[in-house]
Design a protein around this ligand. Structure first.
Ligand code: HEM
Length: 508
């Protein structure tokens, strides 16, 4: 009897493993069967396995696959054993992101509202619901609304200055990205949640901790990501979640409290919370089939403003400060531009003054070119799609990867790509650039909704750091910067270390 059970179990196991083996083997012949050129994967983990196993940074892998795909426009690759299209030509990019956007509306991020209420944010939603939410949120980021928030960002900029002042007296190297992350956490907290957070003065501020938790990928989350990439339906079926429970509870509570406080005290701050509250009030009367903007849906949007907003901008500020420390002439020129602008505006950093700083804009853009903090993005198709110039039709549900980092480092479009050169972003140079080769915020209707807010906070972060302080390299600095292996964003491996001194302190 016992032997029979063991034999049967073994037979079932062998059967399951054989089916799995045959399934995976078939997955790995997908592109060959379709007649699409492909880049051979390194292992059964696919072409990006070295990032998952933390052997190499994603940026390096993207360049390698891009070089092998170059001239073909696109190639077949594998994300684990899931066949994925890799785009290596700006024309194909435009086709998928704009011309045929209707066929490629989804991003393929997980959204499981029942098990993970905060996952129903605009970056992860698909189909009609994404469109409804995106349409309602878009007016949040108009120039007029951002101008209203300018005073909140300036307050955070002043706090950053004070914080740097306190560090100067300690005469220690500072980790620029960490300091910037405290600043952007304050900004997003102030603008998205209406709270004075003080990450800059309080080391243990709860928001900063939540930010760190969101970036710290646990083993459980790595498993969930693996399931998501290789089998999205199983991810949904198993009700897996990428949001840690305490992070979820924290954001639900903090947004509810902000809504209640404003309701009770009739407070208006012209920030994201006010704008989200307006959506709630307007849309509760909607009929069947319409997207209802209830507390959980609204909290999820505030949550993604935090998640997508603080880390991306702080990393960008960190890299900009690094390059200014390396290139003293650029730092001097930028400071001169800033002081002239302030002198013309009674010593203030006005909204219009900031918009008029051309050199600051060139530094900002070149930083995003050399260090695109989101090195690759994805799209998932919702209709069959014919690959340009071929008879091959990809079925609905296909996934593609857009390697932003590789486009930004292609010498065809940006000669000597490792050199930091703001002149690439003069008006003349921009006019001559091939479209869809500079895409730090993605492109088309699904591009970054917060790009203008990102620009505003990044620029205020940069000018607040150089207004009264001189930045330079120190013993701890790494130049060129090496990237973290296994990170989703383009993070520096050992951080971005610089020295900050008060201008004039060393008579320079
Ligand atoms: C330097 C800073 C930033 C960079 C480099 C950046 C980059 C990106 C990229 C590459 C995408 C994907 C676009 C695509 O698929 O075509 C994206 C999407 C998104 N970003 Fe940003 N981002 C930044 C800051 C922000 C900020 C400050 C916010 C909010 C306050 C934000 C909110 C979002 C959202 C909600 C999406 C998803 C949009 C959708 O799916 O409709 N981002 N961002």
């Amino acid at each position: 009897m016992f032997t029979q059970i063991v034999v049967n179990t073994c037979l079932v196991l062998v059967g399951v493993l054989t089916v799995l083996y045959l399934y995976i083997r078939r997955q790995f012949t997908y592109w060959e069967r379709l007649g699409v050129p492909y880049v051979k994967p390194d292992s059964f983990l696919g072409n990006f396995g070295d990032s998952f196993t933390k052997k190499r940074p994603m940026s390096e892998i993207l360049i390698e696959v891009y070089d092998k795909s170059s001239g073909k426009g696109f190639t077949g690759v594998w994300n684990f054993f899931s066949p994925t299209l890799f785009l290596a030509n700006p024309e194909v990019l435009r086709d998928i992101m704009i011309k045929n956007f209707d066929a490629w509306t989804d991003r393929g991020l997980p959204s499981n509202p029942e098990s993970d209420p905060l996952s129903q944010h605009v970056a992860a939603l698909d189909g009609k619901m994404w469109k409804d939410v995106r349409t309602k949120l878009t007016p949040t980021f108009t120039s007029a609304k951002l101008k209203h928030m300018h005073y909140l960002l300036l307050e955070c900029g002043k706090d950053l200055e004070k914080y740097l002042e306190s560090l100067v007296s300690k005469n220690e190297a500072i980790e620029a990205r960490e300091v910037s992350a405290k600043f952007t956490t304050d900004v997003i907290g102030s603008c998205a949640f209406g709270i004075q957070m003080n990450s800059l003065s309080d080391e243990d501020a709860a928001f900063r901790n939540m930010g760190k938790k969101m970036l710290n990928v646990t083993i459980g989350q790595r498993f969930a990501i693996l399931v998501l990439l290789s089998s999205p339906w199983l991810f949904k079926k198993l009700k897996l979640s990428l949001t840690p429970r305490d992070v979820e509870e924290f954001f639900l509570r903090i947004t509810r409290e902000a809504f209640e406080y404003r309701e009770k005290n009739n407070v208006q701050r012209h920030d994201f919370i006010d704008l989200l509250r307006n959506l709630k009030n307007v849309d509760q009367s909607l009929g069947e089939g319409e997207t209802v903007f209830d507390d959980k849906l609204l909290t999820a949007q505030a949550f993604v403003f935090f998640g997508a907003g603080f880390e991306t901008s702080s990393t960008t500020i960190g890299y900009a400060l690094h390059e200014l420390a390396v290139n003293q002439d650029m730092q001097d020129r930028l400071r001169k531009e800033l002081h002239e602008m302030k002198a013309a505006n009674k010593g203030e950093i006005t909204w219009d003054g900031l918009q008029g700083m051309k050199y600051l804009d060139m530094i900002f853009q070149e930083t995003l070119r050399k260090y695109p903090v989101v090195p690759q993005i994805s799209r998932v198709s919702v209709k069959p799609y014919q690959l340009p110039g071929t008879n091959v039709v990809l079925p609905s549900g296909s996934r593609c990867i857009i390697p932003i980092y590789a486009f930004h480092h292609d010498p065809q479009f940006f000669p000597n790509p490792e050199i930091f050169d703001p002149k690439r972003f003069t008006d003349e140079a921009k006019a001559q650039r091939r479209p869809f080769t500079f895409i730090p915020f993605g492109g088309g209707p699904r591009n970054c909704i917060g790009s203008r807010f990102a620009e505003q906070q990044t620029k205020i972060g940069i000018v607040s750091a150089i207004d009264k302080f001189k930045l330079s390299l120190c013993e701890k600095s790494q130049n060129p910067i090496q990237y973290k292996k296994g990170a989703h964003f383009l993070h520096a491996d050992i951080g971005v270390w610089i020295k900050v001194s008060r201008i004039g302190a060393d008579n320079k």
